[in-house]
Design a binder for this molecule. Structure first.
Ligand code: DON
Length: 350
């Protein structure tokens, strides 16, 4: 008597559960259109924005099309959302500073960068020589209060990558960038030549850093390799994948390769948060909460830890040397998706 009833009840339950499963939209599927919608909305909103000016102190950068505009967002589970130009490569410029710093941290530990270069914001322009002269030194340890994202600190970080020859050091630098991007990147030779011909200021900084003992080896080699790393060609998708590698705890979410130890990533993100947009880093963090890094080629990367990496390429810059459209687009998209790591998780609909 009981058996048919129990079977009926179980069948009814199964039917109800299947109906519910069909009815409840899976969370992933819900997030996907949101991300694409946010990317599309920012692209449409800022496509015609005409503020700012290409960098021209490196002559090759002045020739890049100022209308170039590409957005890419890569989630920590490897999904890619994009709009605009994803193919055209620009030089990575100062964004490379993050990856060379990360490489030194990976190879030599978090202390290495803190003791030799420092992890404090200078509040000065990225190529300030006065900042080198005025740097405070921690009593006892002799550690300068600088950071690896301004030119003096970045040239020093490049000088710290170990290798018996310039070629060996370069292979490690480009290798780390390749692993984070998930493909083989190339140096844009016209940019490298243009910057090498006009980088007397960075040469002066390199020599000064040697004089102060922050660079221990060949400063000319360090400046040359730094110039080469700044000339690496990247598109918006490359940059977003590189940012997503940090968002995913050092694992490239597209290739699955663990590029750096997860435990070392927060140190990298902290320096990006405090100094990634130079003297405008505070304002940027105030509005987005995102560790980020800009380059004078027009790219900006930003990291929402555990969620996504995002990148925008648009060459016209503001006075601090940061792409205007990239800042606006990233802020809009991240805020639409709840990317600010300082904000408590939102409940849907709130
Ligand atoms: O050393 C320079 O001046 C350039 N290669 C890089 C500067 C840069 O990208 C500053 N970023 N906003």
């Amino acid at each position: 008597m009981n058996r048919p009833n129990r079977t009926t009840a179980v069948t009814a339950l199964l039917v109800a559960v299947s109906a519910l499963a069909l009815w409840i939209p899976p969370l992933r599927a819900q997030a996907a259109p949101d991300a694409q919608k946010a990317v599309d909305a920012a692209y449409a909103k800022f496509k015609t924005l005409k503020e700012g000016k290409n960098a021209d102190y490196i002559p090759a950068l002045a020739k890049v099309d100022p209308n170039l505009f590409g957005i890419a967002l890569v989630t920590t589970d490897g999904k890619v959302y994009s709009a605009g130009d994803l193919k055209t490569e620009v030089s990575i410029q100062s964004i490379s500073k993050v990856f060379t710093m990360a490489q030194v941290i990976q190879e030599q530990g978090l202390d290495s960068i803190e003791k030799r270069i420092g992890v404090d914001a200078t509040g000065a322009r990225f190529n300030s020589i006065i900042a080198v002269e005025a740097v405070k030194v921690v009593q006892g340890t002799g550690a300068p209060e600088m950071n690896p994202l301004v030119n003096p600190g970045a040239i020093s970080a490049t000088s710290m990558v170990k290798g018996a020859s310039a070629d060996e050091v370069w292979k490690k630098i480009i290798g780390f960038h390749n692993d984070a991007a998930g493909r083989s990147l190339n140096v844009l030779q016209d940019v490298y030549k243009s910057e090498s011909d006009t980088n007397q200021r960075n040469q002066a900084i390199g020599a000064l850093m040697l004089a102060y003992g922050y660079i221990k080896t060949n400063w000319q080699q360090a400046v040359d390799l730094y110039t080469r790393q700044c000339s690496i060609g990247v598109n918006a998708r490359d940059l977003a994948t590189m940012a997503a590698t940090f968002a995913a705890g050092g694992r490239n979410p597209v290739t699955g390769k663990q590029v750096m130890d997860a435990a070392k990533v927060p140190g990298v993100l902290a320096v990006m948060a405090t100094a990634g947009l130079y003297d405008d880093s505070g304002k940027w963090l105030y509005h987005t909460g995102l560790p980020a890094k800009s380059g004078v080629g027009g790219g900006i990367i930003a990291v929402s830890p555990g969620k996504f990496g995002i990148a925008v390429i648009s060459p016209p810059l503001d006075d601090a040397g940061n792409s205007i459209r990239a800042q606006r687009a990233i802020a809009d998209i991240s805020n639409a998706l709840g990317g600010n790591p300082y904000a408590a998780a939102r409940k849907s609909g709130s």
